[in-house]
Design a binder for this molecule. Structure first.
Ligand code: ZN
Length: 332
């Protein structure tokens, strides 16, 4: 039994063998990670660390190919590791159920040949970018929304970094999220497969594509943007503001009450009217705008959003889930 025969025929013995020695972190095991991680596992990448903070929910099953109905309520990282071990028992798999923050990003993402972004939020991507700048690790930005997506391999300082293009995460409420725009499963599937393909190039010593390529599969549009020509001070001077928590999204339990407080630093300027529309669509109930506040109900939780980006959640929601909710809805 030679499981890699077809791949070796294409890559050559040396490049194929190199994959067995590589260590890759896949951060986020939602729709993108569900495609990226299995391709890398089946290709025989020697070690995969699988990081995700969430549990499998019913609304994931439309596009997150690693999970089935029997997995509802289980940690995604653990289910993913189990599925991948079924596909390839010869590689080393390490599930990590954790929420990536400025406090643990360096520890969680160090010691890899490549970091694959399977997240849905900018906070995580700017943290990955900081770790990449600090440790010289290549990473692949991948994102999909609606019927479109983009893949951008980065390896600062040899290539520009994320901040060369986008100095800071977009203001909350300014960008579409899967929650506001929805997403088609096959579109994420193409983007995830493409990211995995670029990963195989990087891991076998071949240059990945350099353009910022964006495809809209639904509208049949393709854009190839040249990467930024000038380098930002963050990657040239190795300034890691996100790891240093000068920018952060923190969730902490409320003292003496069942609930969570979310704080963003620096303070945001949320468009509460746009968020009101988005939240009413999501929760199918009214949200009340009062001055610099927006208040409503999401399941059993009563949520208050403030224009400066703060949020108060009264109810059973955990701090980890509150951060997921916030990035899904507000989109930073
Ligand atoms: Zn830069």
């Amino acid at each position: 039994m030679d499981r890699y025969a077809k791949q070796r025929l294409f890559l050559g013995r040396e490049a194929d063998g190199a994959l067995r020695t590589k260590r890759v972190a896949v951060l986020g095991l939602g729709a993108l990670g569900s495609v990226i991680a299995p391709w890398l596992a089946r290709a025989g990448v020697g070690h995969l660390t699988l990081i995700d903070r969430d549990l499998v929910e019913a609304s994931n099953l439309q596009r997150q190919l690693l999970y089935g109905e029997a997995d509802l309520g289980r940690p995604k990282a653990e289910v993913a590791a189990q599925r991948l071990a079924e596909a390839n028992s010869t590689i080393d798999l390490r599930p990590v159920v954790a929420d990536l923050t400025s406090g643990n990003a360096r520890e969680l993402l160090s010691g890899f040949d490549l970091i694959c972004d399977g997240t849905d939020n900018f906070e995580a991507r700017f943290l990955i970018n900081d770790v990449a700048i600090l440790t010289g690790t290549p990473w692949i930005y991948a994102g999909a929304i609606g019927g479109e997506g983009l893949v951008w391999p980065l390896n600062p300082p040899r290539t520009p970094c994320l901040r060369c293009l986008l100095e800071e995460p977009p203001a909350g409420g300014d960008v579409d999220t899967c929650d506001s725009a929805g997403v088609l499963g096959p579109a994420v599937g193409v983007i995830g497969s493409w990211a995995a393909l670029e990963a195989l190039k990087i891991l076998t010593g071949r240059a990945p594509h350099a353009d910022l390529a964006r495809f809209d599969f639904w509208e049949d549009e393709r854009q190839f943007l040249s990467p930024p020509r000038t380098r930002c001070r963050f990657c040239t001077e190795r300034i890691t503001e996100f790891l240093d928590a000068r920018w952060s999204l923190k969730a902490s339990p409320l003292c003496g009450l069942e609930g969570v407080q979310i704080r963003v630093n620096p303070p945001a300027r949320l468009d509460l009217d746009a968020l009101k529309t988005r939240l009413e669509l999501r929760t199918r109930g009214p949200w009340k705008r009062a001055g610099l506040m927006l208040k409503g109900q999401e399941g059993p939780d009563e949520i208050t959003l403030f224009a400066d980006g703060r949020a108060l959640v009264h109810g059973p929601m955990s701090p980890e889930r509150a951060r997921s909710w916030y990035t899904e809805v507000v989109g930073c």
